[in-house]
Design a protein. Structure first.
Length: 479
């Protein structure tokens, strides 16, 4: 994806220049306008660089990691923060959790275990088109705790199998046969991908970012609390939303016995599980145990992840070259450290509390339930204007969480709901998350259909998560 983007920019230097002008102009405008009363000049200058960074991430004149690195350099050169403060994000343990999870996820693709899991579920559930969709979603659900990128899961493991399955049934956008089965499988699997991304702390890169930002406000969230809170609304969404898609956008082919047969044949071709697949499976289960029961056995989440990575390196399931080639992890390290550092100091320097104090008047006079629902809906649907989960979380999560807490929302509940929505809102558009261009780019579904049904699904999603989820969260004591 990055290579294609760079190639496009070489062909369109005018567009590249425009992106740079927009990014720089936004930063300079904020930098030089009068500083609001009650805000320090240092906080305001950091805010200007922060906003320019978010705009740069959205516009992407250069890759995300390079934008984040330039932000760190600019912060130091302008003496907004000193070098130690500017680099403080790299010592954050949550950053290393997500980076380590990226490394571990490489093993699922390298060993073929991810594809094996997919073929297993298809062989069990793939006798009809709805069951086939559930098979792909079940695969994603199993893999999501250990693969913190819906692009890697969707684009690297699930989409290729969907595409080959659709081809088996002669469903191809090139000959106007998308609706036979391909369009349904693409749409159902994509929406399942967004749901599973919300269900686990380690299922999507922006989730740990939200957790770290919440901790800066004194709200502590563990891997287990996140998974427990998402369990009921998540599973219900995974059941109901594909069923809803099946009825509003049904495939022409309803029965697919050949898909289950094909999956069994592919499993036979793969043969018995290799020793590396067994080691990876054991490591995965070990990590789940440590992440869930970490507070009891007194092992931190990041320490558990590093232990799992060490085990894969010692047993040569992964090599050091595999680690070096995992560019997504190293890019995440750079942008994550940069954004966490800026968000942390914006709070320390008083800008976020100042903003929250001014915004809370919008919902003053309401009880906390009504106020939080309003804030949550604004947070959710504002994603129409953003093309990145990371940009959305980094720019809007802390202000909305701060205001939610001020109006009386239980802090952990507020942090979790906004965290869940930071994945769930990606379903509305064809650019809302990294995996969206992969699925939409297959050309099985036109943009009008994608947006229209995406909006319908967003309503169902909100009802499930705030309605049924709210009852579940009451039962487990979050409010």
């Amino acid at each position: 994806m990055a290579q294609n983007s760079e190639s496009d920019q070489k062909k369109k230097p005018g567009m590249l220049l425009f992106k740079w002008v927009i990014t720089i102009a936004v930063g300079l405008t904020i930098w030089f306008i009068p500083v609001p009363e009650g805000v320090s000049i240092v906080a305001w200058h950091l805010f200007a660089i922060f906003v320019a960074t978010v705009v740069g991430i959205i516009a992407s004149p250069i890759p995300l990691g390079a934008i984040a690195l330039l932000a760190i350099i600019l912060i130091v050169l302008t003496r907004t923060l000193n070098i130690s403060e500017a680099l403080s994000g790299f010592s954050n343990d949550v950053i290393w959790l997500i980076v380590t999870a990226f490394f571990i996820s490489r093993g699922f693709i390298k060993t073929g275990l991810g594809a094996r899991v997919a073929y297993f579920f298809i062989s069990l559930l793939g006798k009809n088109s709805l069951g086939l969709a559930y098979g792909f979603i079940a695969t994603d659900l199993v893999l999501s705790p250990a693969i913190p990128s819906n692009t890697a899961r969707g684009g690297g493991i699930i989409y290729p199998i969907i595409h080959s399955t659709a081809k088996t049934y002669n469903s191809d956008p090139g000959n106007n046969s998308s609706r036979k089965i391909g369009a349904f499988l693409i749409f159902a699997s994509f929406h399942g991908l967004n749901i599973t991304s919300a269900m686990f702390l380690t299922a999507m890169a922006a989730n740990p970012l939200a957790v770290e930002l919440a901790s800066g406000l004194g709200v502590q969230i563990t891997w287990g609390i996140w998974a427990l809170a998402a369990l009921v609304p998540g599973l219900l969404s995974l059941i109901l939303i594909p069923l809803f898609i099946y009825y509003i956008y049904p495939p022409e082919i309803k029965y697919t016995p050949n898909a289950a047969i094909m999956a069994k044949e592919n499993l036979n071709k793969m043969g018995k599980m290799t020793i590396h697949e067994w080691i990876l499976s054991f490591t995965f289960l070990l990590l789940l145990f440590l992440w869930i029961f970490g507070p009891i056995v007194k092992i931190q989440t990041t320490a558990a992840a590093l232990t799992g990575l060490g085990l894969l390196l010692v047993t040569k399931v992964l090599t050091w070259d595999d680690i070096l080639k995992e560019s997504g992890a190293w890019t995440t390290l750079i942008w994550y450290a940069s954004l966490v550092m800026m968000a942390t100091y914006l709070s320390k320097l008083g800008l976020v509390p100042w903003f929250a104090e001014n915004v809370k008047n919008m919902v003053s006079g309401s009880n906390w339930v009504s106020a939080f629902i309003i804030l949550s809906l604004i947070y959710f649907y504002s994603h129409y204007f953003l093309a990145s989960n990371t940009a959305h979380v980094s720019s809007m999560y802390v202000p909305f969480l701060t205001v939610s807490i001020i109006v009386g929302t239980p802090p952990v509940l507020a942090a979790l709901v906004l965290g869940f929505f930071s994945s769930l809102f990606s379903s509305m558009t064809h650019y809302g998350t990294g995996a969206a261009p992969v699925f939409f780019g297959s050309d099985y579904i036109d943009m009008k259909t994608w947006w229209k049904f995406g909006f319908y699904i967003s309503i169902i999603t909100i009802v499930i998560w705030l309605g049924v989820g709210g009852i579940w969260w009451k039962i487990i004591g979050l409010w």
